[in-house]
Design a protein around this ligand. Sequence first.
Ligand SMILES: Cc1ncc(COP(=O)(O)O)c(C=O)c1O
Length: 428
Amino acid sequence: MDDYKQGRLMDDNLLAELRQKFAFLDFDPDYGERLFFDNSGGSLRLTDAVTVKEKIDLLPDCPERYHQRANDFNEMMDRCTQDVLHVMFGAKSGSLLTELTASQTMFNMVATVIENVSGENAVTTNIEHPSSYDAVEFYCKKNQKEFRVAEANRHTGFVDPEAIAEKIDENTILLSVIASSNISGNIMDLENIIKAARAKKPDLYIIVDAVQHMPHGTLDVEKLGIDGANFAPYKFMASRGIGFAYVSDRLSKLPHRKLLAKDDKVWELGSPAPALYASMSAVMDYVCWLGSWNGEADDLSRRDLYLKGMEKIVFHERALLHRLLEGSDKIEGLRHMDKVKVFADDPDLTKRDLIVAMGIDGKDFEQLRKEYQDRGVTVYERVNTSVYSKRILEAIGITGAIRVSPFHCHTADEIDTFLAITKQLAHS
Ligand SMILES: Cc1ncc(COP(=O)(O)O)c(C=O)c1O
């Protein structure tokens, strides 16, 4: 996906059609018109992903039965399992792990590795979300292992492969690394990070936090040869209430919390919720629909359709990012606006998800967020007084930022509206 370095907007008709599929895309039902540019905190919802959930949830049947409805539920869950493992993550083997949140899947995977694999230390990075950073630190302390932290390059916001390799030795149990930053949107060079790490320890366990990245790109667990990768449906057009993760077969062979009579590969504990699986499959159907739009690809497999759909998302979002940064003949972009600063602003947009960390000289971030809200724009401030953000912000040399995270269902005009409001705020 490195062609179209400045991205490519979707066909207008496709964009108009897909926008119909989102709920409350440009308004809040109680507070009126708005630009929802906080998709990193929970993305705009695909209506189908929410309505299918209600439809299934109204049925009382237990999936662990043998009548037709129970069979339907099982088929639904199998379909979603295939969708996540094979269609989304490109896995040829492995299992699905579900929990209430993506953070819980991370804690579960990290615990399983650190508590059962011999070695003396585990490595993560200083730009991880607390769910992975704290999981590694917690289980290192609990098991008397050394907790090692590789530092991001303060100037670029990326974690260099050498910085990770430096922390790894023959006694390293686990590397946990983020796929893309939920502050800057920088996509880590996982291929080279993993290559450098495995050069130091060939059988190292590697887990990737893909929560930020999956709605904006792809990740092939088979190609990368990793042991775990998680994501959160609520950041990917569906709902809160479930976190999903791919788990490799060798990770499943390690002792983990499970019903003893079940196969090692079954991580599920207790009654699953078919409605949440159906909801995620609705998201997958949508991305495949994008891939096949206008009868473009009738003969492709579901995996290829998904990749094609994601490619359209990636190119469109990159074009929106380019417009946000560079502007157009209608209005200057953030990079060229007086008093506006863009942080961790790598010039190569192929290495970035659609998130911009920015600020306006002389404006407090909290105040600025409120000023945006007053003008109908929802964004979020990350500040170093928050325990969630401090470490990550300081790792890339800043004290705070307004995080602007549009989504692929947005248009170039909506980006221009945001730019016009930013220009006003910069001069107010
Ligand atoms: C990069 C990243 N990882 C993990 C999480 C945690 O996800 P969840 O809220 O589903 O536990 C988030 C949530 O903001 C995130 O941005």
